[in-house]
Design a protein around this ligand. Structure first.
Ligand code: SF4
Length: 473
């Protein structure tokens, strides 16, 4: 088979990263190898996101630049997939007539057939059918690329929640869960290739399997926890309304389940939550946070907040600030509301001005920044178990005692905090530093978005619960 080159530009969320890996896996069967250079590619795919206007503009601007490449290389195939493809469908061919294929979020497994057809007939194809089927015998896509300690695994697709600001149910379809057997088979395959941590992906993992009568999400986690040589399990995203006692209980007894939860609140005002169609109240959210902390005292909690949702008053925004102060999140993704086509809130009155949204965003970010710094500072002096994720790209100016340039490595704690550290000669020679190893690191400095530490080889005498707790050095 002739080697052909594939370049994928992935924009957007972790779900898109996973989908791009699936595309690369399917296309490898046609002889496509990935390249980092669009100029060298025979096939270019842009995997797009439409969650915010900026992401959509980014996709169209990249696609626009590809016209020049296509003029130079007539055989080049250009495809657009993901949420913008699903949303705009054949309109894209009117706007960008040099595009060969537009394929939606549920058409990935049909991609090889379409590409084969285009190679033979040089036709244009649009496939944006939102099929509802999930095959129990779904093929597991072979390993692509270099070994990584951590990988994403999509356990469900689509969403049934219809939050007023969100386009996901329209561009990713109704919620469908993959059978547990297929998920476990995929994770076993990843582990056999050196993966030590998986992040389970779904728009609302807490409702996993309910529609299809499969096992519950807590049961799925328990089964994954039993996979040998897998060290850590993460998941995202959790809808607060579906976070149940079983899942909260999993933080007590599952050893590999990282003590971190991303629990998007979106607003601290009941009035705004109702307008957003979030189906929980501030009180219910706070109750779940307190149950999580009762179950696992050092669990890290992060969240998403939208500021400037239509109709959000100063009092509503104050309620959000008050909630953030109360919860003391470990991290926060805060965004300004923006109208998205198809989302119901497009038609809501009382839009908040851009300047007011900017002002609120800055106030919220400053508050969270102070909280995160304080939380990170509290870890200074503790020893954290870090899953190494390879060498970091940062240039290092200082030298080791033997005159060599030290290597800087990076990894994450059990509570999902990024830790950077130097590898001195002793650690380097210990063999513990490769990607996907657990290493004890004493935290020496705290920053807003990361920690800095020093690896500790000998176990101190202090009592330590592996993975779950840190101890004072
Ligand atoms: S839960 Fe709401 S915000 Fe999340 S994907 Fe579904 S509709 Fe969008």
């Amino acid at each position: 088979m002739n080697v052909k080159y594939l370049y994928i530009n992935t924009i957007g969320c972790q779900m898109n990263v996973y989908d791009s890996e699936q595309m690369a896996g399917h296309l490898a069967l046609l002889g496509y190898q990935q390249t980092a250079f669009p100029e060298a590619a025979d096939l270019i795919i842009v995997n797009t996101c439409t969650i915010r206007e900026k992401a959509e503009q980014k996709a169209y601007s990249f696609l626009g630049r590809l016209a020049r490449l296509k003029r130079k290389k007539k055989s080049l195939i250009i495809g657009i997939g993901g949420c913008v493809a699903q949303q705009d469908g054949k309109q894209i061919l009117k706007r960008l007539p040099f595009v060969d294929i537009v394929f939606g979020t549920r058409a990935i497994h049909r991609l090889p057939d379409w590409i084969r057809q285009i190679e033979k007939k040089r036709c244009q194809i649009v496939d944006v059918e939102l099929t509802e089927e999930v095959r129990a015998d779904e093929p597991i896509i072979g390993w692509q690329g270099e070994t990584q300690s951590s990988r994403f695994v999509t356990i469900m697709r689509g969403c049934d929640n219809y939050c007023a600001y969100c386009v996901v149910p329209f561009v990713r379809g109704r919620e469908i869960s993959r059978p547990p057997e297929s998920i476990i088979k995929e994770i076993r395959s990843l582990v056999s290739h050196g993966v030590r941590e998986v992040t389970l992906l779904g728009q609302n993992v807490n409702s996993y399997g309910k529609k299809e009568g499969l096992c519950s999400f807590a049961e799925l986690l328990a089964r994954i926890d039993g996979i040998e040589d897998l060290l850590r399990i993460r998941f995202t995203t959790s809808h607060p309304k579906d976070l149940d006692a079983d899942l909260i209980g999993s933080y007590r007894h599952l050893k590999k389940l990282c003590r971190h939860i991303h629990l998007p609140v979106q607003s601290g005002s009941n009035q705004v939550l109702k307008q957003m169609n979030r189906k929980y109240s501030r009180e219910l959210y706070l109750d779940k946070v307190s149950k999580l902390r009762d179950t696992s005292s050092n669990i890290a909690i992060t969240s998403d907040i939208i500021v400037g949702f239509p109709g959000e008053t100063d009092a509503d925004f104050d309620a959000t600030l008050n909630l953030v102060k109360q919860v003391q999140y470990d991290g926060l993704f805060a965004f300004k509301y923006s109208d998205r086509p198809n989302a119901p809130a497009v038609h809501y009155p009382d839009k908040v001005s851009e300047s007011r949204k900017n002002e609120r965003l800055q106030i919220l970010l400053a508050m969270q920044d102070a909280i995160t710094r304080k939380k990170n500072q509290a870890l200074v002096g503790s020893i954290q178990e870090v899953l190494t994720d390879g060498l970091s790209k940062k240039e290092i100016s200082s030298k080791l005692a033997d005159g060599r340039q030290p290597l800087q490595a990076t990894g994450r704690t059990f509570t999902n905090k990024i830790v950077n550290f130097y590898l001195d000669a002793q650690v380097e020679s210990s063999g513990d530093i490769g990607t996907g190893n657990l290493l004890d690191v004493r935290i020496e400095k705290a920053f807003a978005h990361s920690l800095w530490g020093k690896p500790v080889l000998a176990q101190p005498t202090a009592k330590r619960v592996k993975g779950v707790d840190s101890y004072a050095a």
